[in-house]
Design a protein around this ligand. Structure first.
Ligand code: 3HC
Length: 264
């Protein structure tokens, strides 16, 4: 998602510095960005080279007006990153997280600028989906939320504001749906194709919940269910054992070549 976010920010005319601790990740993201920009250019979008010229790979955190963090869904990893960002970025910079469910309040709390920490939650595939869920931590100032709402609009997105409760609004609704589809498969109620066809043709969803889980990443789905489960203390949010089993087997979805389906 980091690459998708970098793409839409660069396409809006801004300069973007991209960093990933995993070797080769930025290079792969740049390749994905180019393919996406080429598709969009066919429909009148900006020249891919022109957009990519505004994106540079950097070795670690660098000073900037805004950070948008999109690392693994692990609270400790994110908190460590927010601590470092707080030391590196100028005090007036906004620190935003694309987290799917980690409490923004807990990220704000590790910084010396909690009022400038906010959730800026994009949706996959970022260049196509219009929504940005703007999540206010307990500490987020009105000014910070307004700046992110305005930025989302400048990126051609539609912002919707939510408060910092487990799963915010998006994943509180979406993830139990995905989890229930995994239970239906595990219990032998239907095959994956049938489950997804029912959602696609019965509810007019663009893709079924199992194909969507593969797009999001099954590890991310489990991590979000764990946040809901722990945050609400309600057993109805327990991650489906089949999801956990696939993750343990390395079947993470599209990114690993196999999840509920296989990918070339
Ligand atoms: N960049 C640019 N263009 C893209 C693209 C990309 N990454 N991906 C797809 N497109 C374009 C295609 O070129 C195509 O354009 P065309 O209509 O001009 O030919 C158009 O989008 C539709 O793509 P496809 O024909 O390949 O296939 P679909 O019609 O099925 O669309 C989809 C693909 C956009 C992924 C659609 O299936 C979809 O919207 N699925 C649901 C995705 C969703 O629910 N995402 C949210 C996940 S939750 C999340 O991210 C939050 C996190 O916290 C979990």
């Amino acid at each position: 998602m980091g690459g998708g976010i970098a793409q839409v920010v660069a396409a809006s005319g801004r300069r973007v510095s991209l960093h990933d601790e995993v070797a080769g990740a930025v290079e792969r993201a740049l390749g994905t960005m180019r393919r996406s920009l080429e598709k969009l250019a066919e429909k009148g979008g900006a020249e891919p080279d022109e957009v990519l010229a505004r994106v540079s790979e950097v070795d670690g955190l660098v000073p900037a007006d805004l950070m948008i963090e999109a690392v693994v869904e692990d609270a400790e990893v994110k908190q460590g990153l927010f601590r470092r960002a707080d030391e590196t970025l100028p005090p007036e910079a906004i620190l935003a997280s694309n987290t799917s469910s980690i409490p923004i309040t807990s990220l704000a709390a590790v910084t010396a600028r909690p009022e400038r920490v906010v959730g800026m939650h994009f949706f996959n595939p970022v260049p196509v989906l219009k929504l940005v869920e703007v999540v206010r931590a307990v500490q987020t100032s009105d000014e910070t939320a307004a700046a992110i709402v305005a930025l989302a609009e400048q990126l051609g997105k539609v912002p919707a504001e939510a408060r910092d409760f487990p799963g915010f609004v998006s994943n509180r609704i979406l993830m139990p749906f995905v989890n229930e589809a995994a239970y239906a498969l595990m219990e032998g109620v239907a095959e994956p194709d049938a489950i997804d066809t029912i959602a696609k043709l019965g509810f007019a969803h663009p893709m079924g919940p199992l194909a969507l889980a593969d797009l999001i990443g099954l590890d991310t789905c489990v991590a979000i269910m764990e946040v809901l489960h722990e945050g609400f203390g309600d057993p109805k949010y327990a991650p489906c054992p089949l999801l956990r089993q696939y993750v343990a087997a390395g079947r993470l979805g599209r990114k690993s070549g196999r999840g509920f389906y296989e990918y070339a």
